[in-house]
Ligand binder design. Sequence first.
Ligand SMILES: *Cc1c(COP(=O)(O)O)cnc(C)c1O
Length: 432
Amino acid sequence: MHYFSYAGNQLYCEGVSVEALAKKHGTPLYVYSQATLSHHFQKLDAALAPLEHLLCFAVKANSNQAVLRALAALGSGFDIVSGGELQRVIAAGGEPSKCVFAGVGKTAEEIELALERGVYCFNVESEPELQRINRLAGRLKKTAPVAVRVNPNVAAQTHAKITTGTYENKFGVAFEQIEVLYARAARLPHLRLRGLQMHIGSQITGVGPFEEAVRKIVPLAHRLRAAHGLEFLSIGGGLGIVYQPALASGSPWWWESAAAKDLLTPHQYAERLVPLLRPLGLRLLIEPGRFIVGNAGILVTRVEYVKRNGKKHFVIVDAAMNDLIRPAFYDAYHEIVPVRRRRALTVKSDVVGPICESGDFFCKDRPLPRAAEGEYLALMSAGAYGSVMASNYNSRSLPAEVLVNGNRAAVVRERQPVQAIWSGEQPAPWQK
Ligand SMILES: *Cc1c(COP(=O)(O)O)cnc(C)c1O
């Protein structure tokens, strides 16, 4: 669900007109709804209330300081994957003691930073990493809390680039090798075996794969708890969201964006998983990213040109793959709606950006109301893995971002000034 809807023919984010924001702040523009992300956080948090739990927002999905601040205020913990993300969380008022540090390639500098700041746990992905953390903790006279990420080898039934829980990919330690590894880790003096972690992939739209993985992991967690006194089990993130409301609701696509229901509700998720997890008596951690912020953001863009070549109808907009790479990278679908609705014939359109790549498109041959130069379009469900993946390709500035809360709106990231794109560059000495 989300708080973007039409009032009359105007698209609103909560109580604020999207067109007014686009006129005031320019485009491309990310617009976030604070009520939407709060709603998702609170729904999930409430559904897990029967268990002692901590929800750790996956910072890599959207790391804007204002987004992190809103979640920290709700009591969120954070799932971080770099030293930079840890520093971001701290800058936004998040607590390191509620941070879990994931990732296959943690450097010595990142581990030291996390030890000094006191993260809740390192989610470890290999034996060499355990040894490195042990060594660095010893040097700093600290005990490092660790959990190993177990790869349960279940298919998440999602896109190949976001599947992580099978032996085909680089993540985690094979299920069969976990107990031996914990036994060896228990002999490393500067580690505390605090938990067990898994994460099977992203944009999972049914509870089935989670249930399969949890059923597989629970007996293991039981044995590890008995042997090593674990405190928590993290079942990762990966809860999917609706990108195509028409598919989800069976109704005509562009009237339904506000009515789109969640595919996988917190209630369904909790109803199936809590009974499996409760007997363990372990604290539960979950690490949702997309579920919290995905539907909470849109990317607003302006139509620059409409171009026909006899075969195709191209709508050339001022946003591009550097602003939102998901269609090019994951073949992702984003619903595209007019910010101001009007009577218009439907035309099969390719909505494309200005970048010199044929991968720079947002949709192909999609029936859309005939677009007009100067009008604004909204790419829906762009709150997760949107602005965080933006780049300066083609020397395009990173887009501005606005956070809406009720009737208020604030710029939470300035549009990048163009000189800032090359501010770290300089001529070589022999060129001066
Ligand atoms: C990316 C990631 C998440 C969040 O995934 P979502 O699909 O956004 O919920 C959680 N845990 C780990 C370890 C991750 O790598």
